[in-house]
Design a protein around this ligand. Structure first.
Ligand code: GDP
Length: 362
């Protein structure tokens, strides 16, 4: 790498927003992700979703099929949504990107009957601190006494087909959640009453079990991203990649590997990369970029497929020498046509920030 290298070719594109799911234990984070993945797959199209390492990509086309009239593909130019698969605020708080949270947007799952719990409050604190926009999924509405489930339907239709008493009970729980949000300093309302999602938090009543309200959740996520985050989603997709390490894992035949969420640029086989480690930056070279094999092929010996290049946003496993000391939550950067020293400096200063934050949390 030298200063005379030609500039990267112009290849600006919009990437998928990265979505994280947070909330109190047992409030339904895993069920919600499974439902979104499952109903996307049962839409039947090949390529309905793409399973990445640590994440699931749902293309706009599929989001639109799942959301029906609530998401018209012609209204959007963002390519879809990338859901980080590992739910929980512990992972969220360690997952940073340059200057903020790795996730562009979050879903806070709250059990409508159980209401706010300690981990709900912790999640909101983290989102406040990182300035991450979020929506609240008021989950498990199907457990409302007398509820008449409407599988997979948008919430307003489902709500209207309930008895007065079921509706009344749900309303009570929803208003309690809205009140609790207000106590935490967030002005919130049922999502269809929210005009400005930058100022107000939208609450989406749904059931991760029956799927009712999930079309609405997807519509709010797409709408919010398209309206308020489009500029941040503009990246040079063939530029040097930037990402965050989710996990460091030993893999048979590969040694230590890192699972990474890439939020900018691209990574290619043979790229020189700089990865944050427990003893400072590690400079190494990509040996293999690995994606999980589709389930149908899992019986074959190999669990991964090799790919030549990955573009943001994506989850990817990177095999490279010397990754044993790599650190979850640390930055990873592709050097490409830049000076290696500059990239090492960047990674060093980001590592220092992570340490300051960790110290703050006690
Ligand atoms: P997590 O700890 O937040 O990931 O919660 P899980 O997704 O594991 O859900 C906890 C329990 O609640 C499981 O038994 C789920 O089947 C159940 N659950 C989750 N969502 C719903 C829902 O919408 N309706 C009902 N009835 N049960 C749900």
């Amino acid at each position: 790498a030298d200063a005379d290298a030609p500039p990267a070719t112009e290849s600006n594109a919009l990437r998928t927003p990265i979505v994280a799911v947070l909330g109190h234990v047992d409030h339904g984070k895993t069920t919600l992700l499974d439902k979104i993945r499952g109903s996307a797959v049962s839409e039947g199209e090949a390529g309905a979703i793409t399973q990445h390492i640590g994440a699931t990509a749902v293309p706009l086309e599929t989001v639109s099929q799942m959301a029906g009239s609530l998401v018209k593909p012609e209204d959007f130019d963002l390519p879809g949504l990338l859901f980080i698969d590992t739910p929980g605020h512990h992972s969220f708080s360690t997952l940073r990107s340059r200057g903020g949270a790795l996730a562009d947007i979050a879903i806070v799952v709250v059990d409508v009957n159980d209401g706010f719990q300690p981990q709900t409050l912790e999640a909101l604190d983290i989102l406040k601190r990182t300035g991450t926009p979020f929506v609240v999924a008021a989950n498990k509405i199907d457990t409302t006494p007398g509820w008449n489930p409407q599988d997979g339907s948008p919430i307003q239709g489902s709500y209207e087909s309930q008895s007065d008493s079921a509706r009344g009970r749900l309303d009570e729980n929803l208003y309690e959640i809205i009140g609790n949000l207000s106590d935490e300093g967030f002005s919130a309302d049922l999502y269809w009453r929210v005009q400005n999602f930058q100022k107000n938090v939208g609450v989406v009543p749904l059931s991760a079990m029956t799927g009712e309200g999930i079309p609405d959740l997807l519509a709010v996520l797409m709408g919010l991203s398209q309206r308020y985050m489009k500029e941040e989603m503009e990246i040079d997709i063939s530029g040097p990649g930037a990402g965050t390490v989710l996990e460091v894992k030993e893999e048979r035949g590969f040694g230590a590997t890192v699972d990474v969420v890439l939020y900018d640029g691209s990574v290619r086989e043979d790229d020189t990369i700089v990865v944050g480690g427990v003893n400072g930056p590690i400079v190494t070279e990509v040996r293999a970029l690995l994606q999980p094999r589709p389930n149908a092929e899992i019986r074959t010996e190999k669990r991964f497929d090799k790919v030549d290049e990955v573009r943001a946003a994506a989850g990817i496993k990177i095999a490279a020498p010397d990754l044993d000391d790599a650190m979850a939550g640390a930055p990873i950067r592709v050097v490409r046509d830049r000076s290696e020293e500059d990239v090492i400096d960047d990674v060093t200063s980001e590592l220092a920030e992570i340490e300051v934050d960790t110290a703050d949390e006690g």
